[in-house]
Write a protein that binds this ligand. Structure first.
Ligand code: ADP
Length: 318
């Protein structure tokens, strides 16, 4: 607006000067003695008329400049508002996402804490409880505390991924898979689930071995959690010139197509896992896995059919 006003003032000044220069030229001609028949009244009238014309022209220039400036002021105002909105939108979205995350995290933390407090208060008030019942109460407390500890670990891991620079060292995918398989084996054994892998040749990748192992473990652990007892999980590895694809296929409960786009969201748990099955979890695993993989330039894809099973494929650049 200031620039526009500055130029307008200059344009007005230059136009006024030019008009006055023209007027002075015309006046000097009018003031010269001219032939008879050109009375001094006529000369005066002509001088006044040109004065009037110049004043009108100046007023017109001024009016135009005022209109243009008004237009720039209103148009610029709207444009500035729109651009400010566009610039601030990602910041607002990030703030909202953070707020939602904190809301969800506090909710998930508060629910088991409230349950723990009320269970213990009831136990304290009950004078008839036997030693065995107290032991049961303590065992249930420990179970809840373990869940809370897992949740805080997941939250810390998510915060860690966000702040950490991506490691870029050469590592063996076989080693990462071995770490993940070791961690998942306990639950798999409990459910008598057989995990088979076709990875034989050594594959070397650049990135973060522990991160990749963590992502594979999360998907493998889910495959075990959401599969029936005595079923099979297969891990297959394929590679092309640029990428390695590690697919983990289970024959579990599967995921509805309407829920598939959301399962990588933080704290999202599909209906089936909340209600029908008594499977522990907070809906953070897949979002951690996705963060880890995408930080290494890869992605996770999913194909799933309810009742038939799911295949999660981790694609990593070579
Ligand atoms: P959770 O701790 O609930 O397992 P995740 O983020 O790991 O959290 O997974 C989100 C949701 O995706 C789960 O609650 C579950 O409903 C669904 N899910 C993930 N993996 C599988 C799978 N292999 N089979 C069926 N459902 C799955």
């Amino acid at each position: 607006m200031l620039i526009s006003l500055f130029f307008s003032a200059n344009i007005y000044q230059i136009s006024a000067n030019e008009l006055e220069k023209g007027l002075r030229g015309r006046n000097s001609i009018l003031k010269k003695p001219i032939g008879p028949g050109f009375s001094s009244e006529t000369r005066q009238a002509l001088l006044e008329e040109s004065e009037q014309l110049i004043n009108d022209a100046k007023a017109q220039v001024l009016n135009r400049l005022i209109i243009i400036n008004l237009f720039i002021f209103i148009g610029g105002g709207f444009l500035s508002y729109y651009l400010a909105y566009r610039t601030l939108k990602p910041i607002e979205d990030a703030n909202l996402a953070q707020k939602r995350f904190i809301d969800d995290a506090s909710h998930e933390l508060r629910t088991p804490l409230t349950a723990l407090i009320s269970e213990n208060e009831v136990a304290l008030m009950d004078a008839t409880m036997t030693k065995k019942q107290y032991q049961q109460q303590l065992a249930s407390n420990i179970e809840e505390i373990k869940k809370l500890s897992n949740l805080t670990d997941s939250l810390l891991r998510l915060a860690g991924i966000e702040n950490k620079d991506v490691l870029s060292e050469e590592y063996s995918l076989n080693e990462a898979l071995k770490i993940a398989l070791n961690r998942a084996s306990t639950l798999a054994k409990e459910k008598n689930i057989l995990i088979k892998s076709n990875l034989k040749n050594n594959i070397h990748l650049k990135g973060d071995q522990n991160g990749t192992a963590e992502a594979i473990f999360i998907i493998l652990d889910n495959a075990v959690k959401y599969s029936p007892k005595n079923s099979k999980i297969s891990i297959s590895v394929m590679q092309n010139k640029n990428n390695v694809h590690l697919a983990i296929k289970d024959h579990g409960i599967g995921i509805k197509s309407s829920e598939q786009p959301h399962i990588f969201d933080r704290f999202y748990r599909a209906d089936t896992s909340r209600t029908k099955q008594n499977v522990s979890g907070y809906g953070l695993g897949l979002s951690i896995a996705q963060d880890i993989v995408s930080k290494q330039g890869g992605q996770i894809d999913l194909i799933s059919q309810p009742g038939k099973g799911s295949t999660f494929t981790i694609k990593l650049p070579k």
